[in-house]
Write a protein that binds this ligand. Structure first.
Ligand SMILES: O=P(O)(O)OC[C@H]1O[C@](O)(CO)[C@@H](O)[C@@H]1O
Length: 383
């Protein structure tokens, strides 16, 4: 494996700094507006917002679930500004603190309540998803290969505007081309695994998950894959990241539609019933580390499938490491530690990127950062 580049510390990135000083307080305001929170919950949420803006990072209360583990993981960062810690680490801890502030992990009424559910449900009931579901009737008319590529691109671009991102960036409709396109290689990988099992590490609920489910249906129904293991988050995370509940909501959205979408929902329900679609999770998906630190059980699971496809920006950061890589360092080199063939479908919403051709980088402009963070560019990379 190639030498590691320096980790992204938020103070070195205007984009990452904004996540703490603007996006997180705005998210907390939305949560305060969406739920009948009691004074203690409100106080805890406001304190967390203030901490993010100009306070210092406090550890979990000593009696909180997982407090010892987080104490050990974060010893070097507590007592310092949030932006002084590695971006990936601190964002993950923020979501642990956010859930803790409303009592998600405690016995009682709020245990297990997804505080992001109102936002996810609004998206699922909205026009974007309605148009996406309706468009499946046209896609069904395409030849099999064209249909596969159309569904792959729809799963890719479905990642464009996750709900956390929209808090400060809005839901943009502008898209540019792909900065890297290994889709031929990815299809070859899937064909060579024909009839086998592939892991898909999901990202967001709502329109992205609908697109992912439609792609999964296509891969199974066309016989390309015999089995898909869909990995979701064990708890609400990064606002719109999908949990098992969200997969259920998306499946029901498909089943409630007319036309081709309903057929997709019925076939997927059948695939789940006979084990061709398995939904799985692991605590590591909410841990503050990249995949080089994955536990042995997860490593063994990824090693046992023909390929793993990771969706979205966060999974990309965790796959290649949230680091200041030279953008032309090869994707295969950076991901060589991964246990088996791996591919990424990601719209670019943070600083990190690898695997670009020098000519592509020259066109994008290495110094500007908008193409890296605005969600207007995307990539498909495969090892
Ligand atoms: O839903 P995605 O594609 O993983 O994007 C979430 C991204 O949003 C951010 O929280 C901020 O852009 C990134 O840190 C993260 O990578």
């Amino acid at each position: 494996m190639t030498d590691q580049a320096p980790a992204i510390i938020s103070t070195d990135s205007p984009f990452a700094t904004d996540v703490f000083v603007k996006r997180h307080p705005a998210l907390i305001e939305r949560i305060l507006g969406a739920w009948p929170l009691d004074p203690e919950q409100q106080r805890a949420l406001r304190a967390l917002a203030d901490e993010n803006v100009d306070g210092v990072m406090e550890p979990l209360p000593a009696d909180a679930p997982g407090a010892d583990q987080w104490q050990a993981w974060g010893r070097a960062y507590y007592g310092k500004p949030w932006t002084a810690a590695p971006f990936l680490w601190a964002e993950s801890f923020f979501y642990r603190r956010l859930l803790g502030a409303v009592g998600y992990f405690d016995d009682g009424l709020w245990q297990g309540v997804d505080i992001f559910a109102p936002f996810k449900q609004a998206e699922l009931a909205g026009e974007v998803v309605a148009a996406e579901v309706g468009a499946l009737d046209h896609i069904a008319e395409l030849a099999e290969d064209d249909r596969g590529q159309a569904l792959l691109l729809s799963s890719l671009w479905g990642n464009r505007a996750d709900l956390g991102f929209q808090i400060t960036a809005g839901r943009g409709s502008e898209t540019s081309g792909l900065v890297a396109d290994d889709s031929d290689q990815l299809w070859k990988l899937l064909q060579s695994a024909r009839g086998g099992s592939v892991a898909i590490v999901a990202d967001n609920a709502g329109s992205e998950m609908i697109a992912d489910l439609v792609l999964i249906d296509h891969l199974i129904t066309s016989g390309t894959l015999g089995e898909v293991v869909l990995y979701v988050k064990p708890a609400p995370y990064y606002v719109s990241d999908a949990t098992i509940r969200d997969v259920g909501d998306c499946l029901r959205r498909l089943l409630a539609a007319d036309g081709a979408a309903r057929g997709v929902g019925e076939r997927l329900r059948g695939a789940a019933a006979d084990g061709r679609l398995r939904v799985w999770t692991d605590a590591f998906f909410c841990a503050p580390f990249d995949f080089t630190a994955m536990p042995d059980n997860l490593r063994a699971q990824f090693a046992s499938v023909s390929a793993t496809i990771l969706k979205g920006d966060l999974n990309y950061r965790r796959l290649v490491g949230d680091r200041w890589w030279d953008p032309t360092v090869p994707f295969g080199e950076v991901t060589s530690y991964f246990p088996g063939p791996v591919a990424a479908l990601r719209t670019l919403k943070s600083d990190v990127v690898v695997g670009l051709e020098p000519g592509t980088l020259a066109t994008l402009g290495d110094s500007g950062t908008a193409w890296r963070t605005a969600g207007t560019h995307a990539l498909i990379q495969a090892s």
